[in-house]
Design a protein. Structure first.
Length: 84
């Protein structure tokens, strides 16, 4: 019985590629599950979101922060405060 080494090497390469791809997926969701509750910009977003929700406004203040982390924290707090 002959063994086709090219086919075997291709199969191994595909299996390794799938394995590496599966290992990297849980890390992509880690940023979304982050706890911002003690973050100053999160708390600011929470206050403004509650205020806009009480007055039936839809994101009346567009805040922009220099750091992406602060922007994500603010948006997360706003969405939670607004009730979305």
């Amino acid at each position: 019985m002959k063994i086709n080494f090219r086919r075997c090497a291709g199969t191994i390469a595909i299996a390794v590629g799938i394995g590496i791809g599966c290992l990297s997926v849980p890390n992509a969701n880690a940023a979304e599950d982050q706890d911002y509750s003690k973050n100053k910009t999160y708390q600011q977003g929470m206050r403004e979101g509650k205020n806009d929700g009480a007055h039936h406004k839809d994101h009346s203040k567009k805040r922009h922060f220099r750091r992406d982390e602060d922007q994500k924290a603010y948006e997360s707090g706003y969405q939670k405060g607004h009730g979305n």
